[in-house]
Design a protein around this ligand. Structure first.
Ligand code: ZN
Length: 369
């Protein structure tokens, strides 16, 4: 996960960021019966009555005094900040979950949803009798609450991916609280469940962010390093053939290891491309007899939500956990060379962000149709 930024990449990133800023002006607040949510895709204000009340509930005294990172996405500090434990730049994960706790198991997770393409993925997972963990963006949850309800009804596990998908190390402690609590409320309003697990957008987490998350009762789940980033977010800039070949190489390396621990992949139910490739990536694991499971199964956690929700917490028995035995065979050319040269943190982050803008635009069009 060590990612450094070159000046040329930073320049390109700044240009893309400018476009992003223009295309993501805060939308008006979204209102549902009895609830006014903050504008979507923007960091919620910290002076609203709701956030003021949430801040009174927790004690942030003792939070590490690590300076906020700057840049969008942030640039790796040079020299590194002592004791920051910054996963993105240092590869330091502290006590974040970075691997599935079960042997020979693929911790199946999808980030950035729900989106208009999520139903296609849900149909596929249902047909395959598979359950996943969905790291939800609060701004999307309030636009597609029925999809969130469907995910629960079909045995999936829900977790948080913040309200607006900003890099958390660039936000104040209070802004992090606002991002997490508004998302918590949005999902609780839709399902009655209070989230317990979260994934930091871009994997951007350090000890200050961890401190605030723990105060809110959240457990960060990163992914098992670059080898298990499926690169689905790079489509179509990266070709489908390259995505499949790269991930095939990772799975082959895993299959040849002792497999004493499982792994978590980075995948997205963000658009038709990422949902499409998921249906080609999963069979690669099935063909290698790797069990596929959501986070609660990986972590052997039969209380995968925080107390305080209004719904009965689903138990593990509700979730199918094992890949079908009749797995389709892989059509990927084995031995194709992975292309590691484009795995720059800056490119990764901006492309993912661009895809989110596209997904948001699609969602708006769909909502207006
Ligand atoms: Zn994300």
């Amino acid at each position: 996960m060590v990612k450094f930024f070159t000046s040329s990449i930073a320049g390109m990133a700044m240009a893309v960021a400018a476009v992003y800023a223009q295309t993501t002006a805060p939308a008006p607040p979204t209102t549902s019966p009895g609830v006014t949510y903050p504008p979507v895709n923007a960091v919620p204000p910290i002076d609203s009555p709701e956030v003021v009340a949430w801040l009174k509930e927790i004690d942030l005294t003792g939070a590490p005094t690590i300076p906020l990172h700057t840049g969008d996405p942030p640039v790796c500090p040079n020299p590194p900040i002592v004791d920051e434990c910054y996963w993105t730049c240092d590869g330091c994960s502290a006590d974040d979950i970075t691997a599935c706790g079960r042997p020979n198991t693929w911790g199946l997770t999808f980030d950035d949803g729900p989106s208009t393409d999520t139903p296609v993925l849900l149909d596929y997972l249902k047909a395959q009798k598979l359950a996943a963990t969905f790291f939800l963006i609060g701004s999307n949850v309030i636009q597609f609450p029925d999809l969130v309800k469907r995910e629960i009804a079909e045995g999936h596990h829900l977790a948080s991916h913040t309200w607006s998908h900003h890099a958390l190390t660039t936000l104040s402690n209070e802004q992090i609280v606002a991002e997490m609590k508004w998302t918590e409320k949005a999902i609780m309003d839709a399902t009655g469940l209070r989230m317990k697990y979260m994934r930091p957008p871009y994997g951007d987490i350090n000890n200050r962010v961890r401190f605030v998350l723990k105060k809110l009762g959240y457990i960060p789940v990163d992914w098992t390093g670059d080898a298990f980033d499926t690169n689905d977010w790079q489509l179509p800039t990266m070709t489908e053939e390259t995505v499949l070949a790269t991930f095939t190489a990772s799975l082959d390396a895993y299959a040849a290891s002792n497999k004493s621990q499982g792994f978590y992949c980075l995948e997205h139910d963000l658009n038709n491309l990422t949902v499409g490739i998921a249906q080609k990536l999963i069979p690669l694991g099935q063909a290698r007899n790797i069990t596929i499971a959501p986070v609660p199964v990986c972590q052997n956690d039969n209380q995968p939500y925080q107390l305080g929700g209004t719904a009965v917490i689903p138990t593990l028995s509700a979730a199918p956990t094992v890949a079908p035995t009749s797995a389709p065979s892989s059509t990927v050319t084995k031995g194709a060379a992975p292309t590691g040269s484009i795995k720059s943190g800056a490119e990764k982050r901006y492309i993912e962000k661009g895809a989110m803008v596209l997904a948001a635009a699609v969602a708006v069009v769909a909502a207006l149709a």
